[in-house]
Design a protein around this ligand. Structure first.
Ligand SMILES: [Zn+2]
Length: 84
């Protein structure tokens, strides 16, 4: 189950699915959702790992790279089941 980031596109997320984004530099934690990610047309076609690679921490002066993690409240099995 380690490849969910390359397997799923943003558009595959459930509307209420939250993805954790943690800054590798300052540990700032933010949540993203399909709605907040797809503010630019066509972005729903991006794979989650592409979102991760593009994300940068918005903390002032940080600009660190972000690590994507599944919200613990939304178990992986539920995620996959929700796609069926
Ligand atoms: Zn940061």
């Amino acid at each position: 189950m380690g490849n969910w980031k390359t397997k799923y596109k943003v558009g595959d997320l459930a509307d209420k699915q939250r993805i954790e984004m943690i800054c590798k530099k300052c540990s700032r934690l933010v949540y993203i959702t399909k709605a907040t990610t797809c503010t630019v047309r066509g972005r729903e076609q991006l794979y989650l790992d592409e979102i991760e690679n593009r994300a940068r921490c918005k903390a002032q002066g940080c600009r660190g790279r972000m690590r994507m993690a599944m919200d613990r409240q939304y178990e992986m099995s539920g995620f996959v089941g929700g796609l069926a």
